[in-house]
Design a protein around this ligand. Structure first.
Ligand code: FAD
Ligand code: SF4
Length: 333
């Protein structure tokens, strides 16, 4: 492991200045991903700028009834917050489905969004990987890829984004706020993760040196009727092989509003807009849910060993939307 410096930032401007002064510096959140990558030699920063003491650890209801979450809020505090549980229950469920209690106590919102892929070739510095070394090739494409992407990938990279939390945030139209030396900015989560194309090493739209300061969830009454479901190869402490965040509002058997996002299928959380469009205003039936999933997954391009994800996501869609229909109609009776 390369020797590195450590600085603890106490205010946002100071953190941005510290990072700007050293092109080889990185922000340090809980360190649960970055430190692992430093140990394996994938990341070799010269300086870590610890952001955990910044005044970005609040969760507050916004004037319009949405939620503002600071970047250094831990995953545990996010999941446990009463307003998150009440207004966006799928977000609580998604966070609790990830990692372990100890890791969630350390991991921050900002770090969770920026955690790197779990593709085994990315973390193995002896193997070719376009994301780690641009132009070196993709070992996964013709190698071990059973948990790789089926949507939005390219021949240059077929890795998935590992975050559970980000899947729920995608369903609820989260907006990411950040600070740079030139001032603050924000980006909708929908535009935050860049298309893979031939530049898989460029992962987000964050300007160089930008510090994530928080996320804002716009008000969404439908989100109160939401759930997250994750399929994994072990019962706990494992990343998803497929997941879904869904929110549904049904009245008299008709879908009034629906939010749907998939995880572990693409290089970013995948908002299922084709499925949402197919469902809105139509019947809340298992047949309609299956047809909507088919509409979304028509764009899937599975590799030789991950085709199982197509029926997996289809079944998850039908099961979770059926459960939500039952729960909403049961509550209305
Ligand atoms: C064994 C294990 C199992 C796991 N299982 C799951 C799982 O099932 N589901 C899941 O979603 N996750 C899982 N994780 C991943 C875990 O959620 C992430 O490691 C964690 O969320 C990262 O947060 P952090 O604060 O520790 O980030 P760090 O490791 O500190 O940082 C990650 C990246 O974000 C950058 N960064 C941090 N904060 C900021 C900021 N404010 N602004 C700009 N850049 C910033 C860092 O520079 C770094 O590049 C697992 C991790 C482990 C080790
Ligand atoms: S899928 Fe992406 S991260 Fe994995 S080896 Fe290929 S280029 Fe690297």
């Amino acid at each position: 492991m390369r020797e590195f410096g450590y600085e603890r930032a106490h205010d946002v401007a100071g953190a941005v200045a510290l990072l700007g002064a050293d092109p080889e510096a990185r922000y340090l959140g809980g360190g649960t991903n970055l430190v692992d990558l430093m140990k394996s030699g994938v990341e070799r920063p010269a300086l870590l700028v610890d952001v955990r003491e910044l005044p970005l650890d609040g969760i507050e209801v916004t004037a319009d009834g949405g939620l503002r979450v600071g970047a250094t809020v831990t995953n545990s505090d996010l999941a446990a917050h009463p307003e998150v549980r009440r207004r966006y229950p799928a977000l609580t469920q998604a966070v609790l489905a990830g990692a372990s209690g100890q890791l969630r106590n350390m991991a921050t919102v900002g770090g969770n969004l920026l955690q790197r892929t779990r593709c085994g070739y990315f973390t193995d510095t002896a193997r070719s990987c376009n994301k780690r070394v641009p132009g070196s090739g993709c070992s996964a494409h013709d190698g071990e890829h059973h948990n790789h992407a089926i949507l939005g990938a390219s021949a240059h990279c077929v890795a998935t984004h590992p975050s559970d939390m980000a899947v729920a945030l995608a369903a609820f139209d989260a907006v990411i706020s950040y600070e740079t030396a030139d001032g603050p900015g924000e980006t909708p989560l929908a535009d935050f993760y860049l298309p893979v194309g031939d530049t898989p090493h460029r992962e987000t739209a964050l300007p160089p040196g930008a510090l994530i300061t928080g996320i804002t969830l716009p008000p969404a009454p439908v989100a109160a009727h939401s759930r997250y479901r994750k399929v994994r190869e072990r019962a706990s402490y494992a990343f998803a092989i497929g997941s879904i965040a869904a929110a549904l509002d049904v009245e008299d058997g008709v879908v009034r509003d629906v939010r749907l996002a998939y995880g572990a299928v693409a290089s970013r959380p995948w908002r299922a807009r084709a499925a949402e469009a197919a469902l809105t205003g139509g019947p809340a039936t298992a047949t309609a849910f299956a047809a909507a999933a088919d509409a979304e997954l028509a764009a899937a391009e599975p590799l030789s060993d991950n085709g199982y994800k197509v029926p997996l996501l289809r079944n998850l869609t039908v099961a979770l939307l059926s459960e939500l229909t039952e729960a909403t109609e049961g509550a209305a009776r």
